[in-house]
Design a protein around this ligand. Structure first.
Ligand code: COI
Length: 355
């Protein structure tokens, strides 16, 4: 089989977990691959159903060189977070929404998908098995990465016949190296991230490779990240490499609509709801890039990124700066979200799944 069963067997003894404290500097987590103890694997199938999921030691996996994901990018992923509450218990944030998004993406990519229950079970098992890697309260989160991909061999273009659903985890802190400092965004005009009819609205593995060139170019000029424009008119805001974008003007918060080219972020959707709760008017609408010049605040949202304030945006060589105050909307929204995620604020929305 493409995914070596011997690898899985060697790796499948959760009882060998010795409960040692993780050797991690919790104050300097950042966002880099830090292997934990276990991952959860399920395979599929002739009939479209995933069966026999199990925990395995976190280890390399073996794939056929013909694997669908390696040759034709038949793969999607999710990213969600678990947090440790002050009392030590573990909380998962909206795993049901991630499961639903994966199901929708799977359909677009001709992948069978785990059921909502299987997805949530995998996330919970992965967190429980990696308990010692969940950071202490306020130090960060355990980032959970479910992957779904064609593992079976193909040569002509077409879907694989075997699939893997694999959930691994890694402790994380700030996504950006600069920590919580406001982002300096560069508006990209040479390349686009997505186009109508494409897969910009799906979390495919193939959405992220193509943004790296512009990202490196912007970083080499001192920017934190790239802000993309729509591919048709080249004048409406789309999203940042790994996050959604919001602007505030007066009491109105606006964000581009998720009409196919924009990733429907779970953090995006949560922030829209929190903003309305806090009394802001929220609009999902096309935002002309020149509106940035008049904005009171700009911020980005994403599971990995969190809620990140933007200090400047550079478009056509002109840099527009935004004030980032202690009492900003971005701060209020971010701390409410983190409060709910970490159990400091009561969840009356059904967003928290206790583990
Ligand atoms: C996330 O925010 O969880 C993502 O999946 C973005 C990722 C590309 C870092």
């Amino acid at each position: 089989t493409p995914l070596s069963s011997s690898t899985l067997e060697q790796a499948s003894d959760p009882s060998s977990y010795n409960g040692d404290d993780a050797d991690v500097d919790w104050d300097n987590l950042g966002f880099s691959p830090r292997p934990t103890d276990f991952m959860y694997i399920m395979k599929c199938c002739q009939d479209g159903n995933f069966v026999q999921g199990k925990l395995s030691r976190h280890a390399n996996i073996e794939l056929s060189p013909f694997a669908g994901v390696l040759n034709y990018g038949q793969g999607i992923f999710e990213g969600l977070k678990a947090n440790r509450k002050e009392d030590g218990s573990l909380l998962l944030f909206r795993p049901d929404q991630h499961a639903i998004r994966m199901k929708i993406g799977a359909e677009r990519m001709c992948l069978p998908s785990p059921s909502i229950d299987q997805f949530i079970h995998a996330a919970k098992q992965t967190v429980i098995a990696n308990d010692r890697w969940v950071p202490p309260p306020r130090k960060g989160s355990l980032y959970i990465r479910p992957l779904l991909f064609g593992s079976g061999p193909v040569l002509g273009v077409g879907p694989a016949a075997e699939f893997v659903f694999l959930t691994y985890a890694s402790p994380v802190g700030n996504y950006f190296k600069q920590g919580k400092a406001p982002l300096n965004l560069y508006v990209e005009e040479d390349s686009v991230r997505a186009f109508p009819g494409g897969v910009g609205g799906v979390k495919t593995v193939s959405n992220y490779g193509p943004v790296m060139q512009a990202l490196l170019r912007a970083k080499s000029q001192g920017f934190s990240d790239v802000l993309y424009l729509d591919s048709v008119n080249k004048k409406y805001l789309e999203e940042v490499s790994a996050s959604n974008i919001f602007i505030l003007k007066g009491n109105v918060i606006s964000t581009p609509p998720t009409s196919g080219t924009i990733l429907p972020g779970i953090t995006r959707k949560s922030i829209i709801e929190i903003a309305r709760d806090l009394g802001y008017q929220v609009e999902e609408r096309a935002i002309w890039v020149n509106e940035l010049r008049e904005a009171d605040e700009v911020f980005c949202t994403g599971t990995a990124v969190g809620v990140a304030s933007v200090g400047s945006v550079t478009y056509k060589g002109r840099r527009t700066e935004f004030k980032v105050a202690e009492n900003s909307a971005c701060q209020a929204l971010g701390s409410t979200l983190v409060g709910i995620q970490t159990g400091l604020i009561d969840d009356n929305k059904g967003w928290i799944f206790n583990i």
